[in-house]
Design a protein around this ligand. Structure first.
Ligand code: GDP
Ligand code: ZN
Length: 357
């Protein structure tokens, strides 16, 4: 039997849980979600359930609902869990929900490390600009980025690849591995601390599935024991979506994580491109667009060669994309405010009417 510390339970969550515990409620981590049916791992083992009526009633937004990786407070009714509350997340990854415009849908929560997988097979699977985007996304989501250069076995010049990756990585660790020959995989797998949660991201074709299968192959024992002792033979797919590395770190691999889209903020963009952000403070004009204004410190970086044109262009693209997302979010907020105002004035009118009676 596992204890919940192994699943990443720590004082941040324990502090939030205390008042609920006093009310006799239980806590568990969401391992799986299929159409709002949740599988939780709790101190008592695996249990499934859904959110309570009260939860539905008070939830304001899609992002308030539990998602894979969340710690939830639940009431146990026989062998069913009625989820009452989601503990505050340390991190969360979202995508724009295609079906409903720009509403934020959290795909996975409480991830400590986001592994950005690239493929060293030449061409588009190893793209520094795309790594920068993923770094921004990881920072924005609240996870630490880790760069994984896969397909080392067919890389013609590893040293150059490593240098290139390090040029955008800064302090972020870079691992060179091969899912085929398994070289580097052990070191990579051991680099995460016990109780931490790891997720994988990256363009399709870089070898995420292969790498995850490779890791899974090395760790089958632990996965099997979680499955057999706790699921009592019921068939689920938790084995693929959640497993443990040798180091005791937990891997969460939900399908949605692989199709992550940019849902960032200016802050994380500025963090990723800190030198541009710094330089921009020294532009002569506060609203400098860095196109052709005199006294532009960003263009100065480009001219003296300390900023690559490609890096700058990527920054500009992301800024445009962000501005678009932000304008949509603002629009949504305006709509919500309007609707609330309307409701309020209705309520006031009704109250006045009643008073007059
Ligand atoms: P995903 O789309 O990111 O999940 O990528 P896949 O795991 O499906 O891998 C895409 C292709 O790359 C497949 O043909 C794999 O066999 C191949 N591949 C994955 N990892 C490696 C590796 O380390 N070395 C080599 N040579 N090929 C790999
Ligand atoms: Zn400027």
């Amino acid at each position: 039997m596992m204890n919940i510390e192994q699943l990443g339970w720590n004082s941040y969550f324990a502090d939030q849980f205390r008042p609920y515990k006093e009310q006799g409620l239980s806590v568990g981590r969401v391992l799986r979600e299929v159409r709002q049916q949740y599988t939780l791992y709790s101190e008592q083992g695996l249990i499934s359930g859904d959110v309570s009526g009260h939860f539905h009633y008070t939830a304001m937004d899609r992002s308030d609902y539990p998602t894979v990786g969340d710690w939830v407070v639940f009431r146990q009714c026989a062998d069913y869990a009625q989820i009452e509350h989601v503990l505050d997340r340390t991190s969360g990854f979202s995508r724009n929900n295609a079906g409903s415009g720009d509403r934020e849908q959290v795909i996975v929560a409480n991830i400590d490390y986001l592994c950005i997988v690239c493929g060293l097979d030449g061409g588009r699977n190893f793209n520094l600009r795309s790594i920068e985007r993923y770094i921004t996304m990881a920072v924005e989501g609240g996870a630490q980025p880790v760069i994984v250069l896969n397909k080392a076995d067919i890389c013609t010049d590893r040293e150059i690849a490593l240098l290139q990756a390090q040029s955008v990585a800064g302090d972020i660790p870079v691992h060179m591995v091969s899912a085929i020959t398994k070289e580097g995989v052990d070191d990579f797998s051991m680099s995460f601390e016990k109780g931490s949660t790891v997720a994988f991201s990256g363009q399709s074709g870089v070898g995420k599935s292969s790498l995850i299968n490779c890791l899974l192959g090395m760790e089958t024992l632990k996965t099997a024991s979680l499955r057999e002792s706790d699921l009592r033979g019921r068939h689920t797919t938790t084995h693929k979506e959640l497993f443990f590395l040798k180091s005791g770190a937990m891997v969460i691999d939900t399908p949605g994580m692989r199709e992550l889209q940019l849902w960032g903020s200016r802050k994380s963009l500025d963090e990723t491109y800190s030198e541009i952000h710094e330089a921009a403070k020294h532009c002569r004009f506060r609203d400098c667009t860095h196109q052709n204004e005199p006294g532009c410190a960003v263009r100065e970086l480009l001219i003296n060669g300390s900023l690559e044109t490609e890096r700058y262009e990527n920054y500009s693209d992301m800024q445009t994309e962000l501005a678009f997302i932000e304008s949509k979010v603002d629009e949504k907020k305006r709509h919500a405010r309007k609707a609330k105002d309307k409701q309020l004035s209705k309520l006031i009118r009704r109250t006045m009417k009643n008073k007059r009676k």
